[in-house]
Write a protein that binds this ligand. Structure first.
Ligand SMILES: NC(=O)c1ccc[n+]([C@@H]2O[C@H](COP(=O)([O-])OP(=O)(O)OC[C@H]3O[C@@H](n4cnc5c(N)ncnc54)[C@H](O)[C@@H]3O)[C@@H](O)[C@H]2O)c1
Ligand SMILES: O=C(O)C(=O)C[C@@H](O)[C@H](O)[C@H](O)COP(=O)(O)O
Ligand SMILES: [Zn+2]
Length: 367
């Protein structure tokens, strides 16, 4: 879904009068034209964290200050702060600063900042505009696109939130230079996910190019982000509120979210939990006869090549993981629905997995 069918042009998420562009290029965050048309009013609050702020808020604020009144809010860093308490800090700043409905939030950071700041934008005075400036690979390929915003609850990931689309996504590949290796790998989990659920050619390409991707060659990074965002934009445009195919973007997440909650938010990164979760989903699919051993091994090889885990910690308690999985948002009429591969490049949402899920959990956990 590119503008003018030009592969170099911005991608567009087609959602009628809430459509927006995803710009992917080096140097975007420091250019005032990047923000043009995406910000309607004069006042802008840049929401960032204590790690990303010192690195990039200067460039972002300087670019915005050419045509806006800009202020900054710096939040603590970490998944454990993706909470209602942190959200309240954003409301406090907006209210104390008398921000009106024409204000815009700029979310400068990874998926945690994007999700919290996006939810603040969704809910402050019943909704204000926001711009996503994603600074992790994960946020550039996934979380900044599609409008899922929210915070965690002790009993489940992303349990409180809203759909609220940004007015623009600015994926500046230069900022990935400072991203730690573990965080880069975590982003690759969501990239591999697109290959597994709907793009076999992309999976083949990732398999063939993983070393160069890990070396962060700029032209490969742009291709990784562009192909990932193109997949996500297509799914979101077809099913914004997840009444159908958008649930496929949850491959590995029912298992992974349970791991994140059980381990304590922030112990395993989201992408790490999703990687192990996708291997567990592959195991369930194999037990249903949908994948064969060779396909499961191939999936694990690609995940290992991306420096990601292929299994959860064994010492977790199976019953507790199963209980957490049972609170997944894909539960319908009391039955958990799972996203499972039918092939590499194809997946379905199903509740017809019988006792294969229990068999998978028995394989992965001792207790
Ligand atoms: N809304 C969605 O559709 C969606 C999709 C996928 C994931 N998520 C959510 O996103 C979150 C994970 O996001 P994440 O992986 O970006 O984690 P994150 O936001 O915690 O960022 C990872 C770490 O990298 C640091 N960082 C960010 N950019 C940096 C940079 N350029 N240089 C150096 N350090 C940098 C951050 O400060 C943080 O310590 C989870 O909460 C997950 O649930 C949401
Ligand atoms: O955009 C989506 O839809 C996704 O499911 C993307 C996921 O990678 C992301 O982790 C999302 O936050 C999960 O959503 P949830 O509804 O399962 O909490
Ligand atoms: Zn995810």
């Amino acid at each position: 879904m590119t503008r003018d069918n030009d592969p170099q042009a911005a991608l567009r998420v087609d959602l009628g009068n809430r459509s927006y562009d995803i710009d992917i290029a080096p140097g975007l965050i420091g250019q005032s034209r990047s923000y043009a048309d995406a910000i309607r009013g004069e006042r802008v609050l840049v929401v960032t964290n204590e790690t990303v702020g010192p690195l990039y808020v200067g460039a972002v604020s300087a670019a915005l200050a050419e045509s806006h009144q800009v202020d900054t809010l710096v939040l603590p860093d970490g998944e454990q702060y993706k909470t209602l308490d942190t959200l309240e800090k954003i409301y406090d700043r907006l209210l104390e600063g008398s921000y009106g409905r024409d204000a815009t939030i700029v979310a400068l950071g990874g998926g945690v900042i994007g999700d919290i700041a996006g939810f603040a934008a969704a809910s402050y005075q019943r909704g204000i505009d926001f711009v996503q400036v994603p600074t992790t690979l994960l946020a550039q390929v996934d979380s900044s696109v599609g409008g899922k915003t929210g915070v965690n609850h002790a009993l489940g990931k992303n349990m409180i939130g809203a759909f609220h689309q940004p007015t623009r996504v600015l994926a500046d590949v230069d900022v990935l230079e400072t991203l730690p290796a573990r965080e880069f790998a975590a982003g690759m989990a969501e990239v591999i996910k697109y290959g597994l659920i709907r793009d076999a050619a992309f999976f083949d390409w990732l398999e063939a190019n993983m070393d160069a991707i890990n070396a962060r060659k700029p032209e490969l990074l742009i291709e990784v982000i562009r192909r990932s965002c193109a997949n996500k934009a297509e799914v979101v445009a077809a099913d914004e509120r997840e009444s159908g195919q958008r649930a496929l973007l949850n491959l590995g997440h029912t298992y992974g979210h349970a791991l994140e909650a059980e381990l304590g938010y922030g112990q395993w990164l989201h992408g790490e939990a999703v990687a192990a979760g996708m291997c567990m989903a592959a195991d369930t699919a194999r037990r249903l006869g949908w994948l064969d051993d060779a396909q499961c091994e191939r999936i694990e090889r690609v995940i290992v090549a991306a420096n990601l885990p292929v299994a959860p910690p064994r010492e977790l308690e199976r019953a507790r993981i199963r209980a957490l999985m049972g609170r997944d948002k894909k539960v319908e009429a009391g039955t958990l629905r799972l996203v499972l591969m039918r092939d590499i490049g194809s997946a379905v949402v199903t509740s017809d997995y019988g006792d294969t899920l229990d068999a998978t959990l028995t394989r992965y956990f001792d207790r």
